[in-house]
Design a protein around this ligand. Sequence first.
Ligand SMILES: [Zn+2]
Length: 397
Amino acid sequence: MKTAVGVLVLAGLAVGVVLLWPTAAPNDLVLGDVDERAVFGAELVEKAERFERFLYVLWIFSQVALLATLWVYARKGAWFTRESAAGPIGTGMLLGMLGLAIVWLVDLPFRLVGHWWALRYDVSDAGYVTWLLEDWTLLGAQFLSLSLALLIVMGLARRLGDSWWLPGAAAFVGIAALFTFVSPYIDYTTEPLRDRTLLEAADRFENALGLPDVPAHVQEVSEDTEQANAYAYGFGPTRRIVFWDTVLDDPFEPGEQRVVLAHELAHHSQQHLTEGIAWFAVFALPGAFVLMLATKRRGGMGAPEAIPLALVVAAVFQLATAPAANWVTRRMEAEADWKALEVTRDPGSVEGAMVGLSETSLGDPNPPEWVQILLGTHPALADRVAMARAWETRNRP
Ligand SMILES: [Zn+2]
């Protein structure tokens, strides 16, 4: 019975990956080398490299500190269960939150240094108080989601024993889907876009991409940062795109803003939000299975003693699968870039938008390979320029 379930799940995962893998970008597309100094300017490239290199090193140190802390907590944390009178699930949730609080504290100096660095390079203008308030909000959200996750997993494990992982993973996928669907409704930080020409371009692109009217919103961030960003979220009737107001300003020209717009709309026309949930399932199923196996000798996920161990297992699993997860999102981003080229037919503006992104966020146009593997959710900016040129070669006589 157990083997049959395992085989079925594996087959399901394989089918899922095969179905999700293809993209609209041509498979035989060869990206040429881009002289980043010529495109982005030598001065910007050097500054961005200096800015990012420091953050790479900081990231390595913070990861080492994180894993070391969680490892110690996994060994010692269970000691707290003796003091608790909260019942097994309550104790497990307390242990989870305690672990999170310790991790937050250990990581705080790294985040502080990171913010100091961003201020130094003018990438951020947010004062330390604003920054800390945001950091706390994030911690609060993490407390809530971890508690909910533990409630579900521990509740299932106490009823179903080792078989909790399958319904457990399904529950997480369900929650992810629900959250993706409703998040545009609970977002109070954006206003509808009012830029007439951009809205007209949106109508044209939606037609070309086979999309209905997708609301476009603007989020005010320019008081706190120069960084430029935009995103697509929701799915089905809740689809929406959001520009940071920094994209609607210098150094982004109207043509470059249209490129960003088309890219975000393409995330919707290519179903990237729903695909993202399916991909989440592809990772969550083995993740839950590994968690079940790893915590067996501590009494399984139903036992509070297992929770500190579960935290380090989850962290290691996430780090170990980051290269695969980033590979997936890079493919989606490349697909959105390709569709944006098809509907805007404006590779020059794609190039300009990439320079603008590097200028405002000090993104290294061509980061080291290991950085792309571990942290690269998007193709390198230089590769995105290379794609624009490849598109041009194919589409101009
Ligand atoms: Zn994107």
